[in-house]
Design a protein around this ligand. Sequence first.
Ligand SMILES: [Mn+2]
Length: 247
Amino acid sequence: MADRRRIRLIHTSDTHLGDDWDPDSAQRALSAVVDGVHLFRADALLIAGDVFDNARISDAVLEFFVNEMARAEVPAVILPGNHDLYDAASLYRRGPFEAAPENLHIITGTRGETLSFPHLTLDIWGRAMDSHTPAFRPLAGIPTHRTPAADHWRVAIAHGHFHFPDDTEERSSPIRPHEIAEAACDYIALGHWERFEDVSQDGVTAFYSGSPMGASSARGQVAVNVVELNPVSTSPVNVAQAELALL
Ligand SMILES: [Mn+2]
């Protein structure tokens, strides 16, 4: 723990670039998030799924996204969600991603994979969604408490529906309270819900960021989660919402 660096993450999700309803606002919201990476001097950006609205979107939208990620400069970790699945026809396999900047990392392991960022003392686990069904469990295969203690921060990124204990409805891509409680994780960055929500369990910190515009309290603004990881603090994991201007 003592060797871990003090780092700051920006977490967002559900940016739905290329949506038919208001594509211009979705792009401006993503740009505001990237501005926030610089404003808060963040060390990494996490986007927890549904980055894109559908697989029919034009290459121009993909190119816009790739350019915005280059502008972020810090590592940007992207998880496919149910609107932008990582399947055989995935938009993440298209041309604009072949020339992607070095700081852009797409989670493509459909059984789970860990990306390691030694300079940040940070490991990020995620499971790319290939089908949005009740059988797809976004946290299946995540390292659990049985894994030896790590000298890196352990962060997970997941896209799915959290089931509060009284929620008995069967949903696609379910996330159960015990799966969060058993994860060997300092922070779980969740996506799929439009709103901000704290779903931490048994000392494992887990939050939905909400979409940039959906999580904001005001028109003309976007909201992101700012996650502070500080090894020498009495509360090493601190999560706060920050509002940013939508220009
Ligand atoms: Mn979703």
